[in-house]
Design a protein around this ligand. Structure first.
Ligand code: DGI
Ligand code: FE
Ligand code: FE
Length: 189
């Protein structure tokens, strides 16, 4: 898919704020691709497209879970986690975005998972550190990326912060989120 088409598609579908966030994630991901020798084209596209289904109707999302045999466990997590997998299957099945790495990067951008590919990790981190994000601790993660250049530690710290936040609010933890935490805990450094 051409970048211009992707930008137009997302601009037409999402509210202005979410469109701008998507653009910042794409730009941050491209910057990271330069540092970590990732694929700038894949990073831009996955960044622009990652939140495509953020505001899809829940009923429609449920139909896609059945139709494309996605993990039924996802239904318990509503749009918070589902919007990644739904955007990924829509891009593959309806928009002919056939690249497996872009598919996985969009699919897993909220939960992460173990054994992520380079470009998949870049999207996971770029979503968390794009310039308008201001959650506590984000500056330390930016420094891990742009100063220390340690992608795996950044993935670990983001997953840990996410999980601490979810637990503090008594939210259930999706298995991929937990697997991501454990995997990057063990391989970091
Ligand atoms: O779509 P964004 O706002 O840009 O960011 P995101 O796709 O990372 O969405 C994060 C949301 O996903 C946030 O509300 C927390 C939620 N989430 C991620 N992992 C889990 C989770 N929610 C639950 N309950 N369990 C998880 O394991
Ligand atoms: Fe998202
Ligand atoms: Fe996002």
């Amino acid at each position: 898919m051409k970048h211009k088409i992707a930008l137009e598609m997302v601009k037409a579908k999402l509210p202005e704020k979410r469109y701008k966030h998507s653009k910042r994630v794409a730009e941050t991901a491209v910057k990271m691709a330069e540092i970590f020798k990732g694929d700038k084209n894949k990073c831009f596209l996955a960044g622009i497209l990652h939140d495509f289904s953020k505001y899809d109707e829940l009923g429609e999302m449920y139909q896609y879970v059945t139709k494309y045999k996605l993990d039924p466990e996802l239904l318990s997590y509503k749009s918070a986690v589902l919007h990644g997998p739904i955007a990924a299957v829509k891009m593959r099945e309806e928009y002919r975005v056939e690249d497996e790495e872009i598919y996985q990067a969009i699919m897993n951008h909220t939960s992460g998972r173990s054994h992520m590919s380079l470009n998949e990790k870049i999207i996971y981190v770029a979503d968390y550190i794009e310039p308008k994000r201001s959650q506590p601790g984000v500056e330390a993660i930016r420094s891990l990326i742009f100063d220390d250049r340690n992608l795996d530690v950044a993935v670990y710290e983001i997953t840990k912060a996410n999980m601490q936040h979810l637990l503090s609010k008594d939210q259930p933890i999706y298995h991929k989120t937990l697997e991501c935490l454990n995997y990057y805990n063990m391989i970091k450094e």
